[in-house]
Design a protein around this ligand. Structure first.
Ligand SMILES: *Cc1c(COP(=O)(O)O)cnc(C)c1O
Length: 492
């Protein structure tokens, strides 16, 4: 230990932070030294400590304190300015308690808050950061695109380029429409399934989240599940009366709904791996079953791949499972951190969308050159050899390690991963649907979350959200996380 304290910060440009000290306790300093070149050299200047000499002195004194004073000040002010202090509910840390961390900047798999604390980040801005935050090549391409303007409101070549990439990647997509968010993609998709089939009813699953459009706010996941909210006020009954719900992985439930509503169901919409009520995997029979039922009934099957697209495989969950839906929604990763969503499918369906067809949907900023550039650059990186094997390997190690040290400390835990997506619950499991997920001890999760935060690991501030790894996470990051978790599991 002592020798690490002496050698670590001295040769590193990034270890000079409070968290560097915390890491030292976990034997993490060596990793920090090994990869110090990948961090911006400007980082120490923003930290409360300005001189490397001082840092060394502090390191020897083994300062432990986790200070979030600035975050608290900013968030307190934010609560008077924006509802709950945030622009998206789960960010407010309500279900894990304590104040949220106010971010200053991100790079690679790291995030830094405004108090100078450094975190290994497993949220990755809720999925988009799959190649690492603020990637140098993506940033350079964005700077070039910026010189030509931020928005055209007219066709641009970059739209063709990203559309071609998406169509080539995703098995179900022959034609695509870009929008600005996952919510918007799901809204467009909903109108389209109704326009194409001439039917109104849809089936969705308890705990699945498809953005915040009225019709989807029935037994929804994500923030709705996190905050334990009933279906939202402000949603007219008429908007949800055509939304039928079933339990995830319950094929019989779906069959029953089809039997009762024969010829009336426009589409079955689902997350092909659930990430919005924690991480829940479909059974083979379930996915194959709903593919068959929808086909037989003339309903459309929609995979909402806003989260899983380009994450489980380059072609998304549909490539991973070998099951092709009729329509697909995308978001998150295809914008590479800028606001992009998309919906796409067979040409005969997509030709319904205006101006090719009568179904109206539009967007002032849709397909804007900056967002297209970030998407193109991100997908190009994901095309490289071995990408998904790498994600699978490190994420597998992470989840196996977390479950092992957690169970050793006497906790009931279950969890899993596919490629760069993972999750765990404080319950023995198995977790096959939202009902099972709710058995998790969320108070324990809250304590775990806080403990990890204090050790420099940023997990999603909710039991009901999946975790994400990216190409910037290294085995050392994983090992650091597991050893931090070991201590936290023992303390809760
Ligand atoms: C995140 C998400 C959405 C909503 O996307 P936004 O960009 O937040 O509007 C929709 N569906 C799924 C599966 C998601 O994970």
């Amino acid at each position: 230990m002592a020798s690490q304290v002496a050698t670590g910060p001295a040769s590193s440009s990034m270890a000079s932070s409070w968290t560097g000290l915390r890491r030292t306790e976990s034997g993490y300093t060596q990793r920090a030294v090994a990869s110090s070149t990948s961090f911006p050299s400007s980082s120490p200047a923003r930290l409360p400590i300005t001189s490397r000499h001082e840092t060394r002195m502090l390191a020897v004194s083994v300062e432990k304190k986790f200070v979030t004073k600035k975050s608290e000040e900013v968030f307190t002010a934010a609560k008077e300015l924006m509802p709950g202090g945030v622009n998206s509910p789960v960010r407010a840390f309500k279900s894990v308690g304590g104040q949220p961390i106010v971010f200053d900047r991100v790079k690679g798999c790291r995030a830094w808050d405004i108090d100078g604390n450094e975190y290994v980040d497993y949220v990755g801005t809720w999925g988009p950061a799959i190649i690492g935050h603020a990637d140098d090549e993506v940033n350079a391409a964005l700077v070039e695109a910026l010189k030509k303007g931020t928005s055209f409101g007219a066709p641009c070549v970059l739209e063709n380029e990203l559309a071609e990439m998406v169509i080539e990647a995703v098995p179900s997509i022959e034609m695509v429409r870009f929008v600005n968010s996952g919510t918007e993609a799901c809204m467009g998709m909903l109108r389209l399934v109704r326009a194409f089939t001439g039917r109104e009813k849809i089936i969705k699953f308890e705990g699945c989240y498809h953005g915040h459009a009225d019709s989807f706010l029935v037994k929804a996941g994500s923030g709705v599940a996190t905050l334990g909210l009933p279906d939202s006020p402000g949603v007219p009954k008429a908007a949800t009366s055509a939304t039928l719900t079933a339990s995830y992985n319950d094929l019989d439930g779906v069959k029953e709904l089809f039997a009762k509503n024969k010829g009336e169901i426009a589409a079955v919409v689902l997350e092909p791996v659930v990430g919005n009520s924690g991480f829940i995997v479909p059974t083979k029979e379930f996915l194959e079953g709903i593919r068959e039922i929808t086909k037989a009934d003339g309903a459309l099957l929609v995979f909402d791949e806003v989260m899983t697209g380009f994450r489980l495989a380059y072609g998304g969950a549909q490539e991973y499972f070998g099951i092709t839906p009729d329509l697909t929604t995308l978001g998150k990763i295809i914008g590479g951190g800028l606001p992009v969503g998309a919906y796409g499918g067979r040409k005969e369906i997509m030709q319904m969308v205006a101006p090719a067809g009568p179904m109206y949907q539009a967007g002032t900023l849709s397909g804007n050159p900056l967002a297209m550039t970030a998407g193109i650059m991100t997908l190009k990186r994901l095309q490289q050899q071995g990408t998904y094997e790498y994600l699978d390997n490190i994420t597998g190690k992470l989840i196996a390690g977390l479950l092992e040290v957690g169970r050793e400390a006497g906790h009931k835990l279950c969890g899993g991963h596919i490629r760069g997506m993972f999750g765990f619950f404080f319950t023995e499991g198995p977790v096959n649907n939202f009902g099972d997920a709710k058995k998790s001890d969320t108070e324990k999760f809250a304590k775990f979350h806080r403990g990890m935060l204090e050790k420099g690991v940023y997990f999603a501030p909710s039991q009901y959200e999946a975790g994400f790894t990216g190409l910037a996470h290294t085995e050392d990051d994983i090992n650091f996380t597991i050893s931090a978790a070991k201590e936290v599991f023992q303390s809760i």
